[in-house]
Design a protein around this ligand. Structure first.
Ligand code: GLN
Length: 450
């Protein structure tokens, strides 16, 4: 794409920014001036692609609010690794996107910037916590968006908005510059409207990073275009699909039958322990969050409520500027880590996490990939679950097991149910993103467009 065309594309983005944000509230900030600054005639994998960045990822000299009042005035001091890598591959960053406060939520209703509307039906939520990123891609304001996925926050909103959303293998993409929520689960993830954009973005931003010691030291090679899907063995759980509302299960069975018709090996497999995933996740994630969020105290970052002494600064700032859901998590996390309860809750949860992981990855001895629903329902209505945290937590029942075990998983759109998009998860063993892309691309080209 020529420089002139790229500038034109950004101009178009600027022109529609306000209208789009009025409709969907998907952005927290237009930063297309940042994108413009990095345009040159060099080539790159993401040349000419407009990109939105979830507002919990740092871009130097621009606000990172995490959709929290406590970071209302916070300006980032450095670029996240992913930002430098996007720029190197000539991606054009044009906006920060709306999210649930500190990435805690499943509907982007817990945001200091207000709720995000689902572009497929504005009465519905876009999902969360990366709802702004998903909506921005779904309404085609941008080509690609980054989000973060701790327990499903990329895959679930991708499913609700009818786009592709990848949570890579833990350690595949550097977390340096991502505001930490639950560090052993957090991963930056990618949204796009097709498989190739996801894969090229992973290739651009993934890989070893000296600033994140959890990153995996192996090169990323994209070879899914050279592979044959009929060499794969794919598993799916009849039982799980049958438990869903019948219109949803019908669609999943359509995909499975389609694959079988194309001579792909698809077999039933029992995926168990799903009932343990949510309680385990909410112990580990809140424990880590309570520790990670202690830095937001009115002294080190962001806003301060002035008070008489330091204790009061901490407590007034945190009480007044953090939202209810974030406070709920900090309290729960502090409780499960407190002496006397640590062994009963936190330590036990770590053991259960191990059991869940083993039981999930044992399937990859036999299968190359597993197909699962992404969510138990399609996009729900605004206000439907907002005041019922437990209901909200259940939205992630199918996405959390992959987060606990660190394996890669992607939600892909497979059509509509009652005019709302339905997502399907494809997951594979550690670092086998190519297998996911192969299946995704095959369904994109043959099932969706076919
Ligand atoms: N919805 C889950 C939660 O609220 C997952 C969030 C996420 O993946 N960031 O914790």
């Amino acid at each position: 794409m020529s420089i002139k065309n790229i500038f034109n594309k950004i101009d178009q983005f600027d022109k529609k920014y306000q209208k789009i944000n009025k409709q969907y509230n998907c952005f927290t900030n237009n930063i297309s001036d940042f994108g413009r600054k990095h345009i040159d005639d060099a080539d790159g994998l993401l040349k000419g692609k407009l990109i939105a960045i979830k507002d919990n990822i740092n871009i130097k000299d621009y606000p990172t609010t995490c959709s929290s009042k406590i970071l209302d005035n916070h300006i980032s001091l450095y670029n996240a690794t992913v930002i430098n890598r996007l720029i190197n591959e000539k991606g054009i960053i044009v906006a920060k996107s709306n999210m649930d406060e500190f990435a805690m939520g499943s509907s982007t209703e817990y945001s200091s910037h207000g709720v995000v509307s689902n572009p497929r039906d504005v009465k519905k939520v876009a999902g969360g916590s990366s709802g702004g990123s998903a909506a921005a891609v779904a309404c085609k304001a941008v080509d690609i968006a980054l989000g973060s996925d701790t327990g499903g926050s990329v895959r679930q909103p991708a499913a609700f908005c009818g786009v592709y959303g990848l949570k890579p293998t833990y350690g595949k993409i550097s977390r340096y510059g991502l505001t930490a929520f639950a560090s052993s689960l957090d991963q930056i993830g990618i949204f796009a409207n097709n498989t190739d954009d996801i894969a090229n973005t992973l290739l651009s931003i993934g890989g070893l990073d000296a600033n994140d010691s959890n990153t995996i030291d192996e090169s990323i090679i994209l070879n899914y275009n050279e592979k044959d899907i009929t060499n794969l063995k794919i598993g799916f759980s009849k039982k799980l699909i049958n438990e869903l509302p019948s219109e949803m299960s019908k669609k999943y069975f359509n995909v499975i039958n389609f694959l079988k018709d194309k001579d792909v090996s698809v077999e039933n497999v029992d995926i168990d322990l799903l009932d343990l995933a949510i309680p385990t996740y909410y112990i580990i994630a809140t424990a880590e969050a309570s520790s990670n969020l202690s830095r937001f105290d009115g002294i080190r970052y962001g806003k301060r409520i002035s008070s008489n002494n330091i204790e009061e600064i901490f407590s007034n700032t945190r009480s007044q500027l953090l939202g209810d859901e974030v406070k709920r998590r900090i309290m729960l996390g502090t409780y499960v880590l407190s002496s006397g309860y640590y062994d009963d809750y936190y330590n036990k949860a770590l053991k259960v996490r191990n059991i869940i992981t083993k039981s999930l990855i044992k399937h990859f001895l036999k299968f190359d990939a597993l197909l699962l629903p992404t969510t138990p329902t399609t996009a729900f209505s605004k206000n439907e679950k907002k005041d019922n945290p437990l209901e909200m937590y259940l939205s992630d029942i199918y996405t959390i097991p992959m987060s606990l075990s660190g394996i890669p998983s992607m939600s892909i759109p497979i059509g509509n149910v009652d005019k709302l998009p339905l997502g399907m998860q494809i997951c594979s063993n550690y670092s086998q993103e190519n297998t996911i892309f192969l299946i995704s691309k095959f369904l994109e080209d043959n099932f969706l467009k076919g």
